[in-house]
Design a protein around this ligand. Structure first.
Ligand code: SAH
Length: 343
């Protein structure tokens, strides 16, 4: 009999699976807590379960464990990048970002990515496969176990992959991150970032989850955006913005637009004015970030003067914009740089 990957089961599915094996439903909560609150590495560690039940669990279920292949810690800001090997020997990266008031993990949702954004380090590797929800949960379990003194407060799906291209597994993991008997991370502290997969946005809208949605915009001009984010050809700005407006109206939540500033590509005064026009009257925020150099592309970041000028036009136009500093650049852990070290 093939064993079931227990961390692939939602709380409800775990309860059902246990019931099928004749285990009382209240045990599901206990097992769930051991798995995610404590983060045990074996069923034997579930010390308040009867021996017989532990044996049953061992017979029926399997516990995945990623293996650490490499770790790089930034000397400047403590950002740590973990290279993890999965059971089938595929590798993913996840990043831990400790700050004074909070600690964030930047998660991967897929091995590789299909969407080939021209400025992103994941693009040249192509797509391998979706991560299972157990593997997404393992990223957090692993990093938490290595940083016991830094309580985890925030999660962002901004690592490798497109979360809405692996919707079901990502959502299943998010519900467990959010569950008070598991990670107990508030939904508002969980951010999903998409390159603009409209069907994913429409699905999320109906989930009744208070998680944060980021949309990687990067240009307010279809021709430019299609070059930077090729999925724009399938989901052009007109449709994307309509979906964003609908999302905001139906969820009463704010959307954050990510905008990477690339010299000569998307951050002239004209680009800024177009962005102001595009976002007019929308309940949204904009996060700008200077392009992080990746070795495979001759893009560069704009000068600080050009960044200031771009931001001023947005602010004067009434856009709520924050310019983000990239973290962990010295270890290639900055936005869009994951996997670059393995080129
Ligand atoms: N696929 C999702 C999430 C992964 S990328 C998405 O596209 O949103 C996470 C964020 O990093 C996105 O906003 C992406 O556009 C940005 N990013 C990618 N490469 C970058 C780079 N070289 N410099 C700065 N930001 C980058």
């Amino acid at each position: 009999m093939n064993k079931i990957d227990i961390k692939n089961l939602s709380r409800g599915e775990l309860k059902e699976a246990l019931e099928e094996f004749g285990v009382e439903p209240y045990r599901a909560k206990q097992v769930f807590r051991w798995l995610y609150k404590v983060g045990v590495r074996s069923f034997d560690e579930m010390s308040d379960l009867p021996d017989e039940l532990r044996k049953k669990l061992k017979d029926r279920f399997h516990l995945t464990h990623p293996v650490l292949l490499d770790l790089k810690c930034s000397a400047s800001d403590g950002t740590t990048k973990y290279l993890l090997k999965l059971e089938d020997a595929n590798t993913i990266e996840a990043v831990f970002l400790p700050e004074k008031e909070r600690s964030t993990i930047c998660l991967s949702s897929q091995v590789g990515c299909k969407f080939a954004c021209s400025f992103c380090a994941s693009a040249p590797f192509g797509f391998v496969r979706n991560l299972k929800s157990s593997e997404i949960l393992d990223e957090v379990l692993f990093i938490k176990s290595k940083n016991p003194s830094r309580p985890l407060t925030n999660l962002v799906f901004m690592g490798i992959g497109e979360p809405f291209d692996n919707y079901d597994n990502v959502l299943k993991a998010i519900r467990i991150f959010n569950d008070e008997d598991a990670f107990n991370i508030g939904a508002r502290r969980i951010t999903v970032s998409t390159c603009g997969i409209i069907p994913g946005m429409k699905k999320l809208e109906k989930e009744k989850l208070q998680i944060e949605l980021s949309v990687s915009l990067h240009s307010a001009d279809d021709a430019v955006r299609s070059k930077l984010v090729p999925i724009n050809k399938r989901y052009p700005l007109k449709d994307l913005m309509a979906a964003c407006r609908e999302y905001i109206a139906n969820t009463n939540r704010v959307i954050t637009f990510e905008y990477v500033l690339i010299k000569g590509a998307n951050c002239s005064a004209a680009d800024a004015l177009k962005l102001v026009k595009l976002l007019k009257g929308m309940k949204c925020k904009v996060n700008t970030i200077a392009y992080n150099k990746i070795r495979i592309k001759d893009y560069t970041e704009p000068s600080s003067q050009d960044i200031k000028a771009f931001l001023k036009i947005l602010k004067d136009g009434g856009v709520n914009v924050i310019h983000r500093k990239s973290k962990g650049e010295d270890i290639d852990a900055g936005c869009g740089q994951l996997r670059i070290s393995r080129l």
